[in-house]
Write a protein that binds this ligand. Structure first.
Ligand code: GCB
Ligand code: CA
Length: 866
C-alpha cells in the first residue's frame, strides 16, 4: 500500500514536472510605481513621495523628445512593486531577469540591496533574489540612473540615452538544481558547431549547472527538427562544479541560410538517473558555415551571398526606447519584405525579439556594444566595456544569425590626438582588450570594428585589430556630391584594400536624410527631401551591386530615430531612415523592395505624397505635367492616369518615370506590371491643387497659396491637416515670386544646398523657417481686386550682426524697425497675418527695406477672403 502511494507520488511529480515545463517564467511588467528623481531615504516610511503608476517597457524621457526644449532628463528614476512570489517548487530559486535598463541599475528586495549594480544600458542581466524573499508580500525596488558616467560607454553618440526599465522584466523560478541564471550574460547553454558541411554537422554544447555536490545528474540534449521529429538524444553525466560538454553529430543536416532559415530546436534538460527532469531550457539551432573573402565576398554554406540590408536603432516615435516586442517584430517583417538579408544591430545589443526574428526569417546579423565616438578612458571604463562585450556575446551566443561581434563604432570620432596622451593610452588599450575578448569568448565568429576615417588613420593608431572592418561613408550627403558616389566609393575600397588586401570591406553605413514632409522635383544635397534620398540610394545601390569587393552594406538607417541634439528638418530626429520614426515608408524603401525583394513587386514610389500642387502649364490652363516614378522588379510597367494609359515603359534599374497631366482635385494613378507570370498593380489617389499661371485667371480663379520662400521644396504640414507649401520662384509678370535677393545657403562644405541647420523655436515647421530669401527687395502677387489675408513667416537664424527692416504692403508701412533677434529672441520663428484690400489692378507688392543689415523672408501665404 505504502509502496503504491509512493509510486503514485513519484508519477505525479514526474508528470507535474514535464507538464510545467520545469522552469517557470513570467513577465512582471505591470503595475509598477515610478518616481522621477533622487530619493534620499527610499526605505523610510516617513518619506512621502508622489509615485506614478507605470507599465514596463517604460522610459522617463518619452515627453522630452516631443517638446521644444533642448536636453532630456538624465538622472535617477525609481520603480517599486509589491508582489507575492508564486510557490512553484519547494526550496525554489527565484530570479529577476531584466532584458535591459538604462544605464546603472540597483536592485533592492525588502529593503536590502541584491547583488552588485548592473552597469550598462543595453545588455541583459539577472539577479538571484531567493535569500531576500519572505513569505507573503515582497517589496521590489529598482533604481535606474541614466546620468552621464565617465566609466560607462556610450560617452557620446548620435542617439539619445533614454533612461528607464525600457525592456521586459521577467520572474524566473527554478528548482534548487538548475541551469545557471544569474551570471554574466544570463545564459547557461553555449552551442557550438565546430564543423558543418552538407553531409555532417558536429555539434558541441557547453552547459553550466548549479547543483549540489552529491547526487548523480545528467544533462540531456534532445534535438528536434521542424516537424518535431527527434533527431538526436544525448545524455552526459555532470560533475560537480564543472561545465558539461555534450557532443553529437547530425548526418545530412538541413542547413540554415538567408534563403532557407531552417531551425532545429534543442532542448537541454537536467535529469537524474530515473529520468526525472529538474530544469529545461530551449534554444534554436541553425546549422551553417560561413566565410568572408576580401575579393570574393561572403559565403554561407559555400554559396556566395551579397550582404545587403540596414542598420537599426531600437526606438519609436513618441515612445523613446520603451518599445513593445510587437514593434520590434514588425520592423523585422518590414525589413524582410524589403528584401534585406543583412542587419547591423546598431549601436548596442537590442531586444531579444530582434534576434529571434533574424534567426527565423534569415538575416545575417552583426551585433555591437555602444563603444561609440570615444572611449570611457579609464581603468574602470575599460573593464566595464569588456564586461559589456562579454555579456553581449554570452547572452546572444546561440543565435545562428550572428556572424560577427563588433567592438565599436567610429571610435575615433573624437580624435584621440586632441584628447591627450592619457586618453589615447586607455583608448588604444580598450581596443586591444575588446578585440582579444571577442576571440576568447567566441572562436566561431569574426571580430569586427567600424570606422569612418581613412584606413591609414586607424592603422597609425594601431587599432585596426579585428578580422572585419566596416566603414561608414556619407558621400553625397555630408561630403562630396551625388554624381561622384561611384567614383568615391571605388577609390575608398581601393585605398582600403591596398593597405590591407585580406580584410573584407563592409560599407557599414551610408545614407541621407529625408523628412517625409519635404518633397522636391529639384532635389539637392542636404535638402532633406524624400526625393533626394531616393536618388542617393539609387546611386549607392548601383555601385554596391557592381562591386564584388563590397562584401556587405548597411543603409543608415532602417528607421528615423531620436537624437536630442539633432537640428535637422525635424528637430531631435535623425531623418536617414527608409521609414519614418513611426514606420511610414519613404520612397527609398520601395526602391529597395524593387531591387532586392524576392516577390513580384510594383509600386508608385511617391504614393505617400498624396497632397500636391503645381502651376498650370499655360495661361488659363487646366493641367500641369509632373513626373511620377514607379519602381518594380518586372520588365516593364504601364501607367494609367485618370483612367488613360500613358503608355508602357521598360524599367531601368528598377525605376521608370512618367510625366502626367495633373488636374485640379482628385487624380487617380494606377500602374500595372508583370513578373514571373504574375500581374501586379498599385495605385494612388492624389489630391491636387492647380494654381493659375495668371493669378487673374477667370477659369481657375486664385484662392490661396503658401510659398516655402527660399526653397526648392514642397512642404506638407503634418500637424495641420496636410497643409501644403510650394517651392519658391522669382517673380514673373502675371504670377508671383520674389524680387531680388538670394536663397540662404550653407556656408559649409554642403555647397549645393540651401537653408541652415538650426532648430527653430515656436514651430514644428522648421523647414519653412530654415530656408529663406536674404536681401530681397519685394515679394509680388499679381492678384485681382479683393480682400486678402497675407501671412509672413520670418526668423533670424545664424545671421551676422544687426538686422533691422521695414516692411510695406502696397506702399503702406505695416511693420516698422523689425529686429527679429532683439524682439523675439534667437532662433524663433514668427508669423504675422495682415488683412489687406486690393482696389486697383496692380495686385500686391510687399516691399522689404533694410535699415541695418539685410532683409529676409522665410515663408509667405496669401488667401483671398472675398
Ligand atoms: C554615423 C554614425 C551614426 C550616425 C550617422 C549620422 O556615422 O555611426 O551613429 O547617426 O553617422 O546620421 O550622422
Ligand atoms: Ca522657407
Amino acid at each position: 500500500m505504502i509502496k503504491k502511494n509512493l509510486l503514485l507520488l513519484f508519477l505525479s511529480v514526474a508528470f507535474l514536472a514535464s507538464a510545467q515545463n520545469i522552469r517557470h517564467i513570467e513577465t512582471i511588467n505591470d503595475s509598477w510605481s515610478f518616481y522621477k528623481g533622487k530619493i534620499e531615504k527610499p526605505f523610510d516610511s516617513n518619506t512621502k513621495l508622489e509615485w506614478e503608476k507605470v507599465t514596463i517597457p517604460h522610459s522617463w524621457n518619452t515627453q522630452d523628445i516631443l517638446d521644444d526644449k533642448d536636453g532630456y532628463y538624465r538622472g535617477e528614476g525609481w520603480y517599486k512593486k509589491t508582489m507575492t512570489i508564486p510557490q512553484v517548487y519547494e526550496n525554489q530559486q527565484v530570479f529577476l531577469f531584466f532584458e535591459a535598463a538604462n544605464q546603472v541599475t540597483s536592485l533592492f528586495v525588502n529593503g536590502k540591496p541584491v547583488g552588485e549594480d548592473h552597469i550598462g544600458g543595453y545588455t541583459s542581466f539577472a539577479r538571484d533574489i531567493t535569500s531576500s524573499l519572505k513569505e507573503g508580500k515582497n517589496e521590489i525596488i529598482v533604481r535606474v540612473d541614466n546620468a552621464h558616467n565617465d566609466e560607462i560607454v556610450p560617452q557620446s553618440a548620435d542617439f539619445s540615452f533614454y533612461g528607464g526599465i525600457y525592456r521586459d522584466v521577467h520572474l524566473i523560478i527554478t528548482k534548487p538544481i538548475h541551469f545557471e541564471v544569474a551570471n554574466l550574460g544570463a545564459n547557461a547553454i553555449f552551442i557550438r558547431t565546430p564543423e558543418v558541411s552538407k553531409n555532417l554537422a558536429k555539434v558541441s554544447i557547453q552547459s553550466k549547472l548549479k547543483r549540489p555536490k552529491k547526487g548523480t545528474y545528467y544533462v540531456k540534449q534532445t534535438l528536434l527538427d521542424l516537424d518535431n521529429n527527434v533527431v538526436k538524444v544525448v545524455k552526459t553525466k555532470s560533475k560537480f562544479s564543472k561545465d558539461v560538454f555534450s557532443n553529437f553529430s547530425v548526418d545530412n543536416p538541413k542547413l540554415w541560410s538567408p534563403d532557407n532559415p531552417y531551425l532545429y530546436r534543442l532542448i537541454t534538460e537536467i535529469v537524474d538517473r530515473k529520468g526525472i527532469i529538474f530544469d529545461r531550457v530551449e534554444n534554436p539551432l541553425g546549422l551553417r558555415w560561413f566565410s568572408f573573402d576580401a575579393k570574393k565576398g561572403f559565403f554561407i554554406n559555400g554559396k556566395q551571398t551579397k550582404l545587403l540590408g540596414t542598420c537599426r536603432h531600437q526606438d519609436f516615435y513618441g515612445k523613446a526606447n520603451a518599445v513593445s516586442d510587437e514593434v520590434h517584430r514588425n520592423d523585422m517583417k518590414l525589413l524582410k519584405e524589403m528584401g534585406s538579408n543583412f542587419l547591423r544591430i546598431a549601436h548596442y545589443p537590442q531586444d531579444p525579439a530582434i534576434l529571434e526574428m533574424c534567426n527565423k526569417m534569415g538575416f545575417v546579423a552583426t551585433l555591437e556594444i555602444p563603444f561609440v565616438d570615444k572611449a570611457a578612458a579609464n581603468e574602470k571604463g575599460k573593464q566595464n566595456s569588456i564586461n559589456m562585450l562579454k555579456e553581449a556575446i554570452r547572452f546572444n551566443y546561440n543565435n545562428p544569425a550572428i556572424v560577427a561581434w563588433n567592438l565599436g563604432n567610429e571610435t575615433t570620432m573624437k580624435a584621440p590626438s586632441k584628447l591627450g596622451e592619457e586618453y589615447t593610452k586607455h583608448f588604444i588599450e580598450t581596443h586591444k582588450a575588446l578585440a582579444k575578448t571577442i576571440k576568447e569568448e567566441d572562436k566561431t565568429r569574426s571580430s569586427y570594428s567600424v570606422f569612418f576615417r581613412e584606413p591609414a588613420y586607424q592603422d597609425k593608431l594601431g587599432i585596426r585589430l579585428t578580422e572585419l572592418v566596416g566603414y561608414n561613408k556619407y558621400y553625397g550627403w555630408y561630403i562630396e556630391e551625388l554624381e561622384d558616389i561611384d567614383k568615391n566609393l571605388r577609390s575608398l575600397v581601393k585605398r582600403t584594400l591596398e593597405i590591407n588586401p585580406d580584410k573584407p570591406f563592409i560599407l557599414s553605413e551610408y545614407g541621407g536624410g529625408a523628412d517625409p514632409r519635404i518633397r522636391s522635383y529639384n532635389p539637392t544635397r542636404f535638402d532633406f527631401s524624400v526625393d533626394y534620398q531616393f536618388l542617393l540610394h539609387k546611386a549607392y545601390m548601383k555601385t554596391i551591386l557592381n562591386m564584388p569587393e563590397i562584401v556587405g552594406a548597411n543603409v543608415w538607417n532602417y528607421a528615423d530615430f531620436q537624437v536630442e541634439h539633432r537640428k535637422d528638418a525635424v528637430p531631435h530626429i535623425n531623418n536617414k531612415g527608409l521609414v519614418s520614426a513611426s514606420r511610414e515608408k519613404k520612397d527609398a524603401y520601395y526602391f529597395y523592395q524593387a531591387v532586392l525583394g524576392k516577390k513580384p513587386f510594383v509600386a508608385i514610389a511617391s504614393k505617400g505624397w498624396t497632397k500636391r500642387s503645381g502651376i498650370a502649364d499655360n495661361q488659363g490652363g487646366s493641367f500641369t505635367k509632373q513626373p511620377i516614378t514607379v519602381v518594380g522588379n518586372g520588365k516593364n510597367v504601364e501607367l494609367f492616369f485618370n483612367g488613360n494609359s500613358q503608355g508602357k515603359q521598360t524599367f531601368d534599374f528598377s525605376t521608370a518615370t512618367f510625366n502626367v497631366p495633373f488636374k485640379q482635385g482628385q487624380n487617380l494613378v494606377e500602374v500595372v506590371s508583370e513578373k514571373d507570370g504574375k500581374k501586379i498593380k498599385d495605385f494612388a489617389i492624389i489630391d491636387f491643387t492647380l494654381q493659375p499661371k495668371n493669378l487673374k485667371s477667370k477659369i481657375n480663379p486664385f484662392k490661396e497659396i503658401a510659398i516655402n520662400v527660399g526653397s526648392y521644396c514642397y512642404f506638407i504640414e503634418e500637424d495641420n491637416v496636410g497643409y501644403l507649401w510650394m517651392p519658391d520662384k522669382a517673380y514673373e509678370k502675371g504670377g508671383f515670386g520674389y524680387v531680388d535677393g538670394d536663397y540662404l545657403r550653407f556656408k559649409s562644405k554642403r555647397r549645393n544646398n540651401v537653408g541652415v541647420d538650426v532648430s527653430v523655436k515656436g514651430t514644428k515647421n522648421d523647414p519653412i523657417f530654415q530656408t529663406q530669401v536674404i536681401g530681397l527687395k519685394a515679394y509680388k502677387f499679381d492678384v485681382p481686386k479683393g480682400t486678402y489675408e497675407l501671412s509672413l513667416s520670418l526668423a533670424e537664424l545664424k545671421s551676422r550682426g544687426e538686422n533691422v527692416m521695414d516692411i510695406f504692403v502696397n506702399n503702406k508701412k505695416v511693420w516698422e524697425n523689425l529686429n527679429l533677434k532683439k524682439e523675439y529672441g534667437k532662433d524663433r520663428g514668427v508669423t504675422k497675418r495682415f488683412l489687406i484690400s486690393v482696389d486697383d489692378d496692380n495686385g500686391i507688392t510687399i516691399d522689404f527695406k533694410a535699415t541695418k543689415g539685410k532683409t529676409r523672408l522665410s515663408g509667405i501665404k496669401l488667401r483671398k477672403v472675398n
